[in-house]
Ligand binder design. Structure first.
Ligand SMILES: [Zn+2]
Length: 421
């Protein structure tokens, strides 16, 4: 048996607790062990406790000294568009000059430009570009991500993206959970209703028969897919056995959160414009809200979702990066913690719960990841600080020192800057 013990974390943030998503005041309970240690056997947490206790149980194990750093479960990023080709640097500059989304699209930018680049990329090239993104996530302490298709918009290109997601899962230490988002936008060559039919009749059956996705998502928004079109696609996906996520109420209060409630979706994501009724609909159907402060920030908007109201209503709030080349080019969960606290007034503890255990439950993996408890995977990171609140307090750089997946170190900050002489 391969056994290793990590000792002397200033704070071992376990997030041990009830075996379900955390709500209300539970989101503030991180179950921290001071001077904590973990014993890991064959990639699984075998025991957790004080360093003294773990050292006693660890005879014969390899010992790693955490050196008084904070240990957290690996972050779980429940909303990303990880696989795409190229970037959107020109859009970025146009937006800074004050151009509107319509002007940028007319100049050849916007989502369509990423679709063209992603269609043109071969599977190997796309995989190489995506591996770089996967490495960025790991460096920031994220060990599991959800990743959506949606930059192909043809049967072949959507399947190509989902196959790249499968290969990332096989070839990198990052665990990647696949979502089919064929309904990200309608392609220029087709009327939206015709595209909805194609997604239902041609794409979904292939995605399901080739087992390429666990979830189906739709961009439910005026000018993309209205509530009726979204309902049609998501109902078809549900019948085929996929679970549901919805891009809801990002740009307008268009009924996305209510639709998520009606269809008993696992998550409703974005929710910048969701009102009290939408929050009520999510509450009565146990839908988890996934809040994406990075896209609000990067678009230069001030319209953050109503996180406090959602927590006080008893929703099991999640925060995620929405990593994508247009509206949220950041894979950094620590940056999202900063935004959740400063812009949405979540506490550092609530933000950590939202980016670990609550996120794990939205991916159907709450029994395996998201907290450090015996029997769960030993996915965790050490951070160069002594107090977990520093993760949300210092911002703009990663404090991750080492990142572990199934007990194996997959990334390390490595060399310390040397002293001047
Ligand atoms: Zn998104």
């Amino acid at each position: 048996m391969n056994s290793v013990a990590v000792l002397h974390a200033s704070q071992l943030v376990t997030l041990a607790g009830p075996k379900r998503p955390r709500v209300g005041s539970e989101m503030s309970n991180l179950a921290i062990i001071r001077d904590g240690g973990i014993l890991i056997c064959d990639g699984v947490v075998a025991a957790i406790g004080s360093s003294k206790e773990i050292a006693r149980k660890a005879r014969g194990s390899r010992i790693i000294d955490a050196g008084g750093r904070v240990i957290l479960p690996g972050f779980i990023d429940a909303h990303t568009h990880l696989v795409f080709a190229g970037n959107r640097l020109d859009d970025f500059e146009r937006r800074l000059r004050g151009e509107t989304y319509e002007q940028i699209a007319a100049a050849g930018g916007g989502i369509w430009s990423t679709v063209q680049k992603t269609r043109a990329a071969g599977e190997t090239d796309l995989l190489d570009q995506s591996k770089k993104h996967a490495e960025w996530f790991l460096k920031c302490g994220t060990t599991t991500v959800e990743a959506k298709s949606g930059y192909g918009l043809t049967v072949d290109d959507e399947l190509k993206i989902l196959r790249v997601i499968r290969q990332l899962n096989e070839q990198t230490p990052l665990e990647v959970v696949p979502t089919f988002l064929g309904a990200h936008a309608a392609p220029r060559e087709m009327h939206v209703d015709e595209y909805v039919d194609r997604a239902i009749e041609e794409m979904l059956p292939r995605v399901v028969s080739e087992k390429l996705a666990e979830f189906c998502d739709v961009f439910c928004e005026h000018g993309y897919f209205d509530v009726e079109q979204s309902r049609k696609i998501l109902s078809a996906a549900k019948k085929l056995g996929l679970k549901l996520r919805i891009h809801a109420d990002q740009l307008s209060n268009s009924g996305g959160a209510k639709l998520a409630g009606e269809l008993k979706a696992t998550t409703a994501d974005h929710l910048e414009k969701t009102d009290g009724q939408g929050i009520g609909a999510m509450k009565s159907a146990n839908v988890q809200p996934v809040l994406l402060p990075g896209s609000v920030y990067a678009l230069g908007s001030a319209s953050y979702p109503r996180a406090r109201e959602m927590i006080e209503t008893g929703l099991a709030v999640v925060i995620a990066t929405d990593f994508n080349p247009g509206s949220s080019p950041s894979p950094s969960m620590p940056m999202m913690l900063s935004l959740a606290c400063t812009q949405m007034k979540m506490s550092p503890a609530e933000a950590l719960t939202a980016s670990t255990i609550n996120a794990a439950y939205t991916l159907g993996r709450g029994d395996m990841i998201g907290s450090l408890e015996p029997g769960k995977l030993a996915n965790f990171s050490t951070f160069d600080c002594e107090d977990y609140r520093e993760l949300a307090y210092w911002f703009g750089f990663s404090q991750a020192d080492s990142v572990y997946v199934r007990g194996e170190r997959v990334w390390s900050g490595g060399l310390r800057p040397s002293a001047k002489n």
